[in-house]
Write a new protein. Structure first.
Length: 263
């Protein structure tokens, strides 16, 4: 039974945004675990309606559209639909996506993806673009307010025309923060999972002392989705496990492996 349900009896804290946490929680429960969902951050549109003509012009002129997150892709399509805007013809524009989830979201909406790095981080996406983008190309980067400017810093020195469009911003989820405080007072956790550095910082603002106690006692395992999230945790003196593939599937596999080994 343990191998069929490797998370049997394990309590897993999911700190992801509410709209994205449900599927993560169901996956945990499907593996036998108990998922406790606390949404610490939420997202809201950042691009004003007044910018629609400029944005449409940038899309029409773009040779590349670059999506740095699945949230960027979601807000991109929502903005287009909300403002009656159109996509450039697929034959004219090429599309780059930071990772498989973002690429899948785009393909599901009939937007072919021409480039995706093997490692799902901005640095790898920037390097991949560096090999493909021509000097005369115009590149539109679709991003959130906390996205780093790695792509601009990598491509701009090559003379490539980069325009960055902040489509959404990340803000604290006050209801989720309250739920986290209540959950931490009632429960102990076998795993605490983080899928972004912004969630780490919000979490630590609330439970920094408790997290250090959990880490020192060794009863709680912290799991980061990728290197930036892992680095954010390390800044608070918390070590974490990180999957070799920076996805939810990778995080689940990591937790299952740890549970099987009894670490």
């Amino acid at each position: 039974m343990k191998h069929e349900l490797p998370l049997q009896g394990k309590k897993v804290l999911v700190t992801r945004n509410k709209s994205q946490a449900q599927s993560f929680g169901r996956r945990v429960e499907g593996l036998g675990g108990e998922a406790v969902l606390t949404s610490l951050i939420t997202f809201r549109p950042a691009l004003s309606s007044e910018q629609a003509p400029l944005f449409q012009a940038a899309l029409d002129e773009a040779d590349w559209l670059v999506f740095t997150s699945v949230n960027g892709a979601k807000f991109f399509f929502a903005y287009l639909e909300g403002h009656g805007m159109t996509l450039p013809a697929a034959s004219k524009v090429k599309v780059a996506a930071v990772g498989e989830k973002t690429a899948r979201y785009l393909r599901d909406r009939d937007l072919p993806v021409d480039l995706m790095p093997d490692v799902y981080v901005a640095e790898q996406l920037a390097e991949a673009l560096k090999q493909k983008v021509s000097r005369d190309d115009k590149v539109a980067v679709l991003k959130g307010n906390l996205s780093r400017d790695v792509i601009q810093k990598t491509l701009s020195p090559l003379g490539i025309d980069i325009s960055e469009w902040t489509l959404y911003e990340t803000v604290p989820d006050q209801r989720g923060i309250h739920e986290l405080k209540e959950a931490a007072a009632r429960k102990s956790f076998d795993f605490v999972t983080f899928t972004s550095s912004s969630t780490v910082h919000t979490f630590m603002d609330i439970l920094k002392a408790e997290s250090k106690i959990w880490a020192e006692k060794g009863h709680t395992v912290f799991v980061s989705i990728g290197p930036l999230t892992k680095k954010a945790l390390s800044e608070y003196g918390i070590s974490s496990y990180m999957p070799s593939v920076y996805t939810i599937d990778g995080m689940l596999e990591t937790m299952c492996r740890i549970s099987r080994k009894g670490e």
